[in-house]
Design a protein around this ligand. Structure first.
Ligand SMILES: C[S@@+](CC[C@H](N)C(=O)[O-])C[C@H]1O[C@@H](n2cnc3c(N)ncnc32)[C@H](O)[C@@H]1O
Length: 323
């Protein structure tokens, strides 16, 4: 029987190997019930980090095989969102094609029947320069600052609502809405802009598939959905990191950005839906799901990560549901 390491009002963290657990009782229980699988799997790293990972062809085969296992768990209109960073060839200043080949193989695996709904890029300038040899020492490559995020589903119309993750309007759009006039007509891009297309005030503007955790251009305001990128999120991160520091715990080295998890949970699920993270680590996914009143299941093999994940749920902001 699978071992529950930690449970909350809405979720359970299982300690164990995802392949084994999803192949057993837990997998049977979750069949066709999961609305969103949101995860950043172990990377095909060339030098081992503090969590185990396969390499090369072995990694790719293992990763592609997961698509069938995951697809079985989805509700008919469920989604899979996978965040995967770049990797490099050992001892060479060239990028490995393995992450992209793995993602392609995953979505093209016929037995899983998945489609790519949309690709996202998550830009995170706080990532440390790597590989150090080529970026910092020899200075022949630049800092790798983004991850690929692929949103997939079995159905062309998975549950999704972009109006749940609206960005605040830009200053120019606010002015236009106030002025109630603009240049309608055909644009050089061939888009035909109607007389009234932009005059109706909605609750904000539609999010882009470039998720900027910090702005690229300092002159430009960073407009991100308030419900997923609010101050409380920074506070959540601060709480987790401060507690880890106090207890001399090394925080997970490859945590998913809270904003990324929150964004997909809000857009692709509703309260009461089940969100699964099969490689849960410090349980960013479970935390964001609980905050948004979604049920969650997380799995990880590493008991240190399971242990530190408990800290996330001690956040008083979450207990008082003020996030
Ligand atoms: C990139 S990390 C996930 C980090 C997580 N999203 C977070 O925010 O903390 C990948 C995780 O997969 C776990 N892992 C690796 N192989 C696994 C397996 N076979 N079953 C379950 N977990 C595994 C590692 O221990 C690691 O914590």
């Amino acid at each position: 029987m699978a071992q529950v390491f930690h449970r909350t009002k809405l979720g359970k963290y299982y300690l164990g190997d995802t392949n084994k657990l999803l192949d057993g009782e837990l997998g049977k229980k979750l069949r066709k019930k999961v609305q969103l699988i949101l995860t950043s799997p172990p990377f095909p790293l060339n030098n081992k980090k503090s969590y185990g990972n396969l390499q090369g062809k072995e990694y790719k085969e293992w990763f592609i095989g997961l698509s069938e296992v995951f697809s079985e768990l989805l509700t008919p209109n469920g989604s899979i969102v996978i965040e995967l960073g770049n990797a490099w060839e050992p001892k060479r200043p060239i990028q490995s094609l393995l992450p992209l080949e793995s993602l392609l193989g995953f979505v093209q695996n016929r037995r899983a029947g998945l489609h790519l709904c949309q690709e996202f890029v998550c830009y995170n300038p706080s990532r440390l320069p790597s590989p150090v040899e080529w970026v910092n020492i020899k200075r022949i490559r630049v800092t790798d600052s983004f991850t690929h995020v692929w949103w997939m589903s079995k159905n062309d119309y998975p549950k999704a609502d972009n109006s749940r993750v609206l960005r605040p309007y830009s200053s120019s759009m606010k002015m236009l809405l106030k002025r109630q006039s603009y240049n309608a007509g055909k644009r050089p891009s061939e888009h035909a802009i109607g007389e009234k297309s932009f005059l109706k005030k909605h609750k904000g503007s539609i999010m882009h598939n470039l998720i900027e955790l910090e702005q690229i251009d300092e002159q430009r305001e960073l407009r991100l959905p308030k419900n997923v990128f609010s101050i409380s999120h920074t506070q959540s991160n601060d709480f987790f990191l401060a507690r880890c520091r106090k207890k001399s715990i090394a925080p997970h080295p490859a945590r998913m950005p809270i904003e990324l998890a929150s964004f997909f949970i809000e857009m692709l699920t509703e309260p009461g839906d089940i969100v699964l993270d099969p490689f849960g680590g410090s349980n960013t996914t479970g935390f964001c799901a609980e905050k948004s009143q979604r049920k969650w299941i997380s799995i990880d093999t590493n008991s240190d990560y399971a242990q530190q994940s408990v800290i996330r749920f001690q956040n008083p902001l979450l207990t008082h549901n003020k996030l």
